[in-house]
Ligand binder design. Structure first.
Ligand SMILES: *[C@@H]1O[C@H](CO)[C@@H](O)[C@H](O)[C@H]1NC(C)=O
Ligand SMILES: *[C@@H]1O[C@H](CO)[C@@H](O)[C@H](O)[C@H]1NC(C)=O
Ligand SMILES: *[C@@H]1O[C@H](CO)[C@@H](O)[C@H](O)[C@H]1NC(C)=O
Ligand SMILES: *[C@@H]1O[C@H](CO)[C@@H](O)[C@H](O)[C@H]1NC(C)=O
Length: 621
């Protein structure tokens, strides 16, 4: 008896002394809720796997439940679940008759609209995999994307027919189907008028659906990756379930919510996490052709949305473009979910627009390292209770801050990070469990590069996310950097995201990217920032003061490029690679460029004379 009491007492004393009691007090509510929701998620996924459900089969269940409910809203059109089902049946029946068979791939290159979803859903009904091609790609990157997925055919929108014409020589052997968004566009020679064919096709039930298995491929989705050409990530039914249900089950969303999805449908955010809520859970989803910050609230009001998606910088653009309270008056969005809401604007966004819940998540399209923030803690991308690391095998591993290469100890093992220590995120690969498997890319070589072996034990395998994160005492995770986003200048390591954070606090609501550029006659790379100044209100002196106040001298960007328009990727991130390639080359860049004069401690206009001096190594840096 006494012994037991003694043990309990010493455990309590230990908990108090080590600070654990404090931690538990702060986090038990979050953790209980997480356990409840995660169990629900795990249960759903397990049932669906056991029943060999596929996205298509699940969609049929949802449709059967409420065929006349609105599935998609698009411009002024309304698509019911029955209509989506019938249209996708037409697609399935037509392509079957065209000779396509299970396992083959068709590339889809079309603007966002309800038919986009019907096309890939229909192909999936006969087991054909759809490669969702980024509509910003043209010429060689376009051809590469089509070929890396071994596509047998391309379905393209009339609006993109120029891309097809330009590369037609490289597409020999591929069947071409032109889908008219705009009925007036002429049909390209050698292409089939898909829209007309589908009108004649049968909307009847497709028997092949029954043959689908949970582990079958549904889509290829391309991830831009930090280097090189787009990689096609494999999206199986399980993965589609996991990503969609991960957000749905971990949040407080219900079937009655209406989701606003203005994101491109060829990315996992718009095409899985957005559209998936309709297909798998029966929610109404409003789709938009192209994201527009100034129409965000108008649309949310028009479609009576209760939840909305964001990604990357969209929140910043929405904040910046909403000048008048009346613009968002009367919207009913309570929940927002997405990835990339920056800590600097988080609180301002939720208070300005009266948002109740933010579900910021972290997870690569293809990876097995998924995290989600379920209690709207500003800035956090998710959490893992510190006592639950064994149950949820993601690990932060100490790494070289420049290359992101994991550091190994004398036994050859990687080293776990402690709280508030930055490290690269690894996810343990376990092919038996849906959550922790890694489906890889269409290209096996690309898959191998992301897998690390013998991490903590001989023979274990981890997925290397390439992202540098940090966690705090309570187990909340914060994004720090993507590996390769650090450069060295004057012998110091400079983190681009730290500078970006300072800039966004100094000149509020301006979007900025920082990168390193080479300077002749110097070692390492100098910092350069490209700032988007749509309103032309940037005060360059204010910027240099802000930077001086918050950054060590070596971290102050040597160059500032001021842009009045936004060159962006489909994910609404600035195109870092192109900006870096342009650098401060006055022959390539017509935007204003400033140079940091370290003696005067302020920015001056970077003129051709300064450019010449710099090239000759005559400028003091
Ligand atoms: C097609 O080629 C023309 C001529 O080279 C070029 O100007 C145009 O930008 C190209 N368009 C696309 C969409 O590739
Ligand atoms: C398409 O084919 C028609 C008839 O075969 C021909 O007159 C026309 O020049 C062709 N157009 C192109 C762009 O090749
Ligand atoms: C910068 O990073 C390199 C490589 O990770 C490391 O060896 C070096 O010590 C770091 N330097 C500083 C000043 O932190
Ligand atoms: C659900 O949890 C059980 C027990 O922890 C585990 O064995 C199973 O793999 C999990 N299901 C999924 C789909 O991960």
């Amino acid at each position: 008896m006494w012994v037991v009491l003694l043990i309990i007492a010493s455990i309590i004393i230990y908990l108090i002394k080590s600070g654990w009691l404090d931690i538990l007090k702060k986090t038990y509510k979050r953790d209980l809720r997480a356990v409840h929701r995660f169990t629900r998620l795990n249960w759903t996924l397990r049932c669906w796997q056991q029943r060999q459900l596929t996205v298509v089969k699940r969609f049929l269940e949802v449709t059967k439940k409420h065929p006349e409910k609105v599935a998609f809203r698009f411009e002024d059109d309304v698509w019911t679940f029955r209509q989506v089902d019938e249209y996708s049946n037409k697609v399935a029946n037509y392509f079957k008759q065209e000779g396509f068979v299970r396992g083959e791939t068709v590339a889809l290159y079309l603007e966002s609209r309800p038919e986009y979803v019907c096309l890939w859903l229909g192909l999936s009904k006969i087991g054909v995999v759809t490669a969702l091609i980024n509509t910003n790609l043209v010429s060689d990157p376009f051809v590469h994307s089509v070929q890396v997925a071994e596509s047998k055919a391309i379905i393209y929108g009339s609006g993109y027919s120029e891309t097809i014409t330009n590369v037609s020589k490289k597409l020999s052997g591929l069947k071409l189907y032109q889908f008219h968004e705009d009925l007036k566009k002429p049909l390209l020679n050698g292409s089939v008028d898909l829209r007309a064919k589908l009108e004649e096709s049968s909307p009847n039930y497709v028997k092949d659906i029954a043959e689908g298995k949970t582990r079958d491929k549904v889509l290829y989705i391309y991830t831009s990756g930090t280097t090189g050409l787009p990689k096609a990530a494999v999206i199986t039914n399980v993965r589609y379930f996991m990503l969609t249900m991960g957000v749905y089950s971990m949040s407080s969303m219900t079937e009655d919510d209406v989701v606003y999805d203005p994101l491109p449908l060829y990315h996992s955010a718009g095409g899985i996490l957005g559209v998936g809520q309709c297909l798998l859970n029966g929610l109404t989803v409003a789709i938009r052709k192209k994201f527009s910050a100034s129409n965000f609230w108008k649309d949310c009001i028009k479609y009576r949305c209760t939840a909305a998606q964001y990604i990357g910088e969209t929140c910043r653009y929405i904040l910046a473009s909403t000048k008048d309270d009346k613009e968002h008056d009367g919207h009913s969005v309570k929940i927002i979910y997405g990835n990339g809401l920056r800590p600097q604007i988080w609180t301002k966004f939720v208070t300005t627009f009266n948002i109740e819940e933010v579900y910021e998540f972290y997870g690569a399209t293809e990876g097995n390292t998924n995290l989600i923030n379920i209690d709207s803690t500003p800035g956090a991308i998710g959490f893992v209770p510190r006592y639950a690391h064994l149950l949820y095998p993601v690990a932060l591993v100490k790494c070289d801050s420049l290359t992101g290469e994991p550091i190994r100890n004398e036994n050859g093992c990687c080293i776990h990070c402690k709280p508030n220590e930055a490290g690269v995120l690894f996810g343990k690969i376990n092919h038996k469990k849906a959550f922790f498997s890694f489906s890889g890319y269409a290209d096996p070589k690309a898959t191998q590069k992301k897998i690390v072996q013998n991490v903590f034990k001989k023979g274990d395998f981890y997925f290397n996310s390439g992202d540098i994160l940090e966690y705090d005492d309570y187990g909340y995770y914060y994004f720090k950097d993507r590996t390769g986003d650090t450069f060295r200048w004057k012998g110091e390591n400079v983190s681009t995201s730290e500078i970006e954070a300072v800039i966004s606090n100094t000149v509020e609501l301006k979007d900025a990217v920082v990168f390193g550029v080479e300077v002749p006659h110097t070692e390492g790379k100098a910092g350069m920032v490209a700032i988007v100044d749509l309103t032309e209100t940037l005060n360059i002196n204010e910027l240099s003061e802000g930077l001086r106040a918050h950054l060590p001298g070596y971290a102050i960007p040597l160059f500032v490029r001021v842009m009045h328009s936004v060159p962006m990727t489909g994910t609404y991130k600035l195109k870092k690679k192109e900006l870096r390639d342009d650098g401060y080359d006055l022959n390539k860049v017509t935007d204003k460029i400033y140079f940091y004069n370290s003696k005067e401690k302020q920015y001056v206009r970077f003129t051709p004379e300064l450019y010449e001096k710099l090239k000759e190594g005559k400028l003091s840096l």
